[in-house]
Design a protein around this ligand. Structure first.
Ligand code: SF4
Ligand code: SF4
Ligand code: FES
Length: 242
């Protein structure tokens, strides 16, 4: 089997030959590094889909390299919207800053008992491993690098619905600018998530919570609906003289 990997030094896809047996992409990268090219650089940690360190793009789609099975013809590239440090290794610092900007944590806690149903409501969002797969897949980040992006908004939803939080307004206030209203609801983040999280749905829920707190969609406010036409043409003319 042959795979191609985008090498940062030459900015070209380099082809590597691998044994014809089922192996994970991470194992393939390890084989190349140990026996063909020691300069190949990538990230990995837990090797069991838990730490989120190993995400890359395979044929244009985000994948965890420790769980994805390498296939003949695969083209491997680093995640998008991050500075590339070398080959498949990226700098996730700016993406993680979105968690701070969204203020997605408990601010003013009170005692509250959480039922199994309460825990169920945000169980999925709690599974986020911060792999950045959704961030890479988001088309808004391609045109607006300051967009908060899907995983920060999913985390904002998780904490804004926590019964122990007295101050959900702080979170809602911090996800308005470059946040929930900038999302196009395309669903690419949801399709990319290896943990089955649905950031698009979380963003829709945050929009609803924001409206309840008095916010409106800024693009909606900018739209002009014109003035009502009661006369002439095909409309009702109040001066027609009944
Ligand atoms: S649904 Fe929104 S956050 Fe998710 S990928 Fe599309 S634009 Fe980005
Ligand atoms: S929401 Fe999913 S794709 Fe996005 S960082 Fe979390 S685990 Fe990764
Ligand atoms: S190495 Fe930790 S998620 Fe793949």
């Amino acid at each position: 089997m042959k795979i191609k990997i985008l090498r940062s030094k030459t900015n070209t896809h380099q082809e590597y030959v691998l044994p014809d047996r089922e192996i994970t992409l991470l194992k393939a990268l390890e084989l190349i590094k140990s026996s063909v090219d020691a300069t190949l650089t990538y990230s990995a940690g837990c090797r069991s889909s838990v730490c989120g360190a190993c995400a890359v793009r395979v044929n244009g789609r985000s994948q965890l390299s420790c769980s994805y099975k390498a296939k003949d013809g695969d083209i491997i590239e680093p995640l998008q919207h991050h500075p590339i440090l070398r080959d498949l290794k990226i700098d996730k610092h700016k993406a993680k800053e979105t968690l701070k900007r969204s203020q997605a944590w408990l601010h003013d806690t009170k005692e509250a008992s959480l039922s199994p149903q309460d825990e169920k409501k945000t169980e999925k969002q709690t599974d986020c491993i911060l792999c950045d797969s959704c961030y890479s897949a988001c088309p808004v980040l391609a045109v607006n690098p300051d967009f908060l992006g899907p995983f920060a908004l999913t985390r904002a939803y998780r904490y804004s619905t926590d019964k122990r939080e007295n101050d959900t307004k702080t979170i809602i206030d911090h996800i308005q600018a470059e946040g929930i209203w900038d999302c196009t609801l395309c669903g690419e983040c949801t399709a990319a998530c290896p943990k089955g999280i649905d950031p698009k749905m979380d963003i829709m829920m945050l929009r609803s919570a924001s409206v309840q707190q008095g916010y409106t969609d800024p693009s909606f406010a900018l739209q002009s609906f014109g003035t009502p036409d009661f006369g002439g043409g095909f409309g009702f003319d109040p001066n027609a003289g009944f």
